[in-house]
Design a protein around this ligand. Structure first.
Ligand code: ADP
Ligand code: MG
Length: 668
């Protein structure tokens, strides 16, 4: 790795975060900070323009103040005419942290004037006027209220991310706007915001909407490439971090981009271990992970000022690319990779894969080092490799399984999906594949047009992917909702099982008492029951290598799903210890994710695509090799791995979907 000759001169720390505000008192300091943002001089002009326009596009560098300030400006000038301003975010972490900050700036308690709403969490009240929410939440709301009547302004933030939900929202919001106009209902303003985007493409789609450019502050960033391709980016990132840490004065913070929770937690641990064991006299390192599933108190740590004489290092996913701004960053370490969902409509497989970032993403990452003064960015790839990155990221809608989205569009009353007003159309094959999937699950019927069945309508009521939703409906029939609710909740959060590299044997030994020869789902259920029996005791979690945080989230998710069941008059009954019934329900819901052991007993063949798949080493079934399994997801690393498996009887699979298995009969 090449290093700079010498670092930029050190600068005094200038920022403190006000964590508490008493009543309506807003600190002068916070107000001063608002006025110091690059967006502030444009305040009047922005208010005027948005006052005038139905739709506008606003572009400005990350950190200029778009997300936190614009909604406040619009509220302060009452452009919203007393109705709610919705601000969508692709990520829940961003929605939560930003609303906290804005509530502080407004001097109100979170959930009052300023609130947020994300899946499984609604912190708003009838007083809420600025509502930060995930794009997925606004889409769900639109099912009940397609005209979005409670909002007068919808801000679609981080539009360049092109998540599947944002892309669908584009069309849904546009439709709500024109329908409201036609019906003479209060107009709906649409504001599309981003740090970077293909302006012409967006403007053309939004009826030639004008583009407002914000002046940003960006200092030069020196870019260093790896002299040769790196085989292990986590390792290289850590090496680079310590190279910087050794030579640079403290209080110049580092932002490191990795791909996901497990990888980040393990890197954080390694960094802490190295700091502890080193004899060298280095400044203390404050290490903060940052990823979507992190609970909010831990997220806020990232924004806390670095103590004098220390260095903060933030190990983040691509969430730190544009959606949250962190002060004090001087150095960026870019692994050049990101975790992305990739769908192959031919095989029907939706894979979570670590892939190369696009040039646009690499540029955004680099930019994070030059927010307050000149900085440096270390790219852990060569310049030749960079040249081969694609220019921009392919919209998620063109690379993901569309079954959830198609189910939602149908629930919204949009049945002609192929002709829906998409900004970039997904391929017809992937729409057809999604409709097929929903058809196999009994959620749609194909008559003159595609229609939602009563089953499909019930599935759409749950904020879950269709297969999980279907599994809940089946569990209701089999009187085991109590158990399946638990399993579905645990599958909806990040892993509750911890296996630290350094204590692997110990962790596996502790887990032994939960292990089930019936598979991971049954083990998860055992863990949950034991956790409830000790009332979520912290020591118990530590001793048993259970992630208490994720366990709590799962409990919360379960409560919300339970509430939906109650609202829909589903009796929540238990099947006691009858794990066969539980597995049967899982087989009925996940028959499309089934695999059979190959004749030689080494690998598996997926029944839907006839592809070779393997059991993930983390599964309790890794060494068992049952004849038939269903799995929750596929992950592609060196091989195509099935994760979260359950042993099933092949007869259940053909019972679940006789037509589906006519061609691909299990056992043939
Ligand atoms: P943009 O959306 O244009 O990228 P933001 O409105 O998110 O910009 O951020 C503007 C500024 O507000 C940032 O530079 C950052 O200093 C500050 N800020 C945002 N969120 C927080 C937070 N949770 N804590 C402290 N400061 C924050
Ligand atoms: Mg922003």
């Amino acid at each position: 790795m090449r290093m700079p000759d010498d670092g930029p001169p050190s600068k005094k720390f200038k920022y403190t975060l006000q964590h508490k505000n008493n009543g309506n008192h807003v600190s002068d300091k916070l107000q001063q900070e608002r006025r110091n943002l690059p967006i502030y001089p444009a305040r009047g002009k922005i208010i005027n323009q948005i006052q005038r326009l139905d739709t506008a596009i606003l572009i400005g560098e990350t950190g200029s103040g778009k997300t936190t300030q614009i909604p406040q400006y619009l509220l302060e000038a009452n452009v919203n005419k007393n109705a709610i301003i919705a601000v969508t975010q692709p990520r829940r972490v961003a929605a939560i942290t930003i609303s906290q900050r804005v509530a502080e700036e407004q001097g109100t308690e979170l959930g009052q004037k300023v609130g947020y709403c994300v899946r499984f969490e609604d912190v708003t009240s009838e007083n809420t006027k600025i509502k930060y929410m995930t794009d997925g939440m606004l889409l769900r709301e639109a099912i009940l209220d397609p005209l979005m009547k409670r909002y007068s302004i919808v801000i679609l933030d981080e539009a360049h991310e092109r998540t599947i939900h944002t892309d669908v929202l584009f069309g849904v919001v546009k439709q709500a706007q024109s329908r409201r106009k036609a019906k003479g209902i209060r107009p709906l303003k649409i504001l599309v915001m981003s740090a970077t985007m293909d302006v012409d493409h967006f403007s053309a789609y939004f009826n030639a909407a004008p583009v407002l450019y914000l002046e940003g502050r960006q200092y030069p960033v020196q870019v260093f490439y790896a002299p040769e391709p790196q085989s292990d980016y986590t390792f290289s990132s850590i090496v680079t971090l310590f190279q910087i840490h050794r030579v640079e004065p403290p209080n110049k913070d580092v932002l490191m981009f990795l791909t996901g929770q497990e990888e980040i937690e393990s890197a954080v641990k390694t960094i802490r271990d190295i700091t502890r064991s080193t004899e060298e006299n280095m400044a203390p390192l404050v290490v903060c992970p940052l990823y979507a599933a992190l609970p909010s108190h831990a997220q806020l740590k990232v924004f806390k000022p670095t103590p004098r004489g220390c260095r903060k290092v933030i190990v983040a996913t691509n969430i730190a690319e544009t959606s949250v701004t962190i002060q004090g960053i001087k150095f960026v370490i870019d692994s050049g990779v990101v975790k992305a969902k990739v769908f192959n409509p031919n095989s029907g497989l939706d894979l979570l894969k670590v892939v190369r970032v696009s040039k646009a993403q690499a540029l955004q990452r680099t930019g994070r080092a030059g927010r307050e003064s000149a900085g440096s960015c270390y790219r852990l790839y060569t310049e030749q490799e960079f040249e081969q990155f694609s220019d921009s990221t392919v919209p998620e809608i063109q690379r993901c399984n569309l079954s959830s989205v198609v189910l939602q569009l149908l629930a919204l009353g949009i049945s002609d999906i192929v002709n829906f007003d998409f900004m970039d159309k997904p391929s017809t094959e992937s729409i057809i594949a999604a409709v097929h999937q929903l058809h196999n699950l009994g959620a749609v019927v194909k008559e003159t047009s595609i229609k939602l069945t009563p089953v499909g309508r019930k599935m759409a009521a749950f904020p879950l992917e269709p297969r999980l939703g279907k599994t809940l409906l089946i569990a209701k029939e089999h009187n085991c909702l109590e158990e399946i609710l638990t399993i579905v909740s645990l599958l909806s959060v990040d892993s509750v099982i911890v296996t630290p590299q350094s204590k692997r044997e110990e962790a596996l030994a502790a887990r032994q008492k939960f292990v089930s020869s019936e598979g991971d789902h049954v083990m998860l259920l055992n863990i949950y029951k034991a956790y409830k029996a000790v009332k979520g005791n912290r020591e118990w979690c530590m001793e048993n290598f259970i992630n208490q945080r994720n366990m709590r989230t799962a409990t919360e998710v379960r409560k919300q799903l339970h509430d939906i069941c109650v609202r829909m008059d589903f009796p929540v009954k238990s099947c006691g210890n009858d794990s066969t019934t539980i597995r049967k329900c899982l087989a009925y819901g996940f028959f499309m994710n089934a695999a059979e052991l190959q004749k030689d007993g080494s690998e598996y063949t997926s029944l839907s695509s006839r592809k070779t798949v393997s059991i993930h080493p983390s599964s309790v079934l890794f060494r068992c090799k049952p004849a038939y399994v269903i799995y929750n997801e596929l992950v592609k690393t060196t091989k195509c791995y099935m994760r979260d498996l359950c042993v099933v009887d092949p007869d259940w699979l053909s019972e679940a979907a006789p037509a589906y298995f006519k061609k691909k009969k299990p056992g043939t």
